[in-house]
Ligand binder design. Structure first.
Ligand SMILES: NC(=O)c1ccc[n+]([C@@H]2O[C@H](COP(=O)([O-])OP(=O)(O)OC[C@H]3O[C@@H](n4cnc5c(N)ncnc54)[C@H](OP(=O)(O)O)[C@@H]3O)[C@@H](O)[C@H]2O)c1
Length: 275
């Protein structure tokens, strides 16, 4: 069956199995669909399984369910498995790896995309909001690697892991102490993991998507970001598919910007290793 006009079939990821956390909407849904269009079997993981009510604040920005993302992939001729997963629950993460292996038999690509904001000046910061950002944006992505890596290393064919960071990890953004800190920690964690698994030919990279029109960025008015062009979620697709196809021997240990894809990194561009 052929893919829809939105999903040109490329075959770059044929035979590979991908896990995408936060696949129910936004950037995660776009990447899930792009991987499927490129031939991968995709595990779509996040918490929401059922349609939100029409008065839900998520409604405008996609239905926001893992089942709908998987259904859209199937309708476009791809293959997907929706798996409910709360990345703050380590048992859910362990089961995510287990269910992927049971259903598809391998894990080649893992994208840690699930993320939450933490908008508040520090004097007003609610402790629950800070704890949630630490759990979802740092602890979850690290434990995800803990549970997928044993199978990926055992397969011996290499693989690709990357996380979705933010420009906020590199500098000051008003009212975003918690978010900036969590994304900076995420960057460092993944760049360290890259070194741990280099010998297994597993690439680990960090991808910053720019300013994207999603639920998280729903008003498009994050302080200090107005100068950055607002993109649609599928703007990440080409860069994400290329990163997903990498191994440590081709491209690893890099923090890259989606907007620079094809300019400073990407096909045919040599990028020196970093410290
Ligand atoms: N939009 C931007 O401008 C922008 C810019 C820079 C970086 N980012 C990053 O891009 C990533 C995707 O964000 P987005 O803009 O697409 O936002 P979004 O539409 O709010 O999507 C966030 C995704 O994360 C999932 N998620 C949240 N908490 C979770 C949890 N505890 N367990 C499992 N999944 C969870 C959500 O699914 P459920 O609710 O179904 O669990 C949803 O699928 C995030 O890491 C974000 O920080 C976004």
């Amino acid at each position: 069956m052929s893919m829809s006009a939105n999903l040109p079939a490329t075959g770059e990821l044929r035979g590979k199995v991908a896990i995408v956390t936060g696949g129910s909407r936004g950037i995660g849904r776009a990447m899930s669909m792009a991987f499927a269009a490129a031939g991968a079997q995709v595990v779509v993981a996040s918490r929401t399984q059922n349609e939100p009510r029409p008065d839900s604040p998520f409604y405008k920005y996609g239905s926001g369910t893992i089942n709908e993302t998987a259904q859209r992939i199937a309708e476009a001729g791809g293959e997907a498995l929706p798996v409910p997963c709360d990345v703050t629950d380590s048992e859910d993460l362990r089961r995510l790896a287990e269910r992927t292996l049971k259903h598809f038999g391998r894990i080649d690509i893992v994208v840690s995309n699930a993320g939450v904001d933490c908008e508040s000046p520090v004097v007003d910061l609610e402790e629950d909001l800070l704890d949630r950002a630490l759990m979802v944006n740092i602890r979850g992505p690290i434990l995800l690697c803990k549970y997928v890596l044993p199978a990926m290393m055992e397969q011996k064919g290499g693989g690709s892991i990357f996380c979705i960071t933010s420009g906020a990890s590199m500098g000051y953004r008003e009212g975003r102490v918690g978010y900036s800190m969590s994304k900076a920690a995420l960057d460092r964690a993944y760049l360290c993991i890259a070194e741990e698994v280099r010998e297994h030919d597993i690439a680990v990279n960090v991808l910053s998507p720019g300013r994207v029109d999603t639920w998280m960025n729903r008003r498009g008015d994050w302080p200090g970001t107005a100068h950055i062009p607002m993109e649609q979620p599928d703007s990440i697709n080409q860069a994400a598919v290329w990163l997903a196809a990498q191994k440590a021997s081709t491209f690893t240990g890099q923090r890259v910007e989606r907007a620079d894809f094809g300019i400073t990194w990407g096909p045919g561009i040599h990028v020196p290793a970093r410290d």
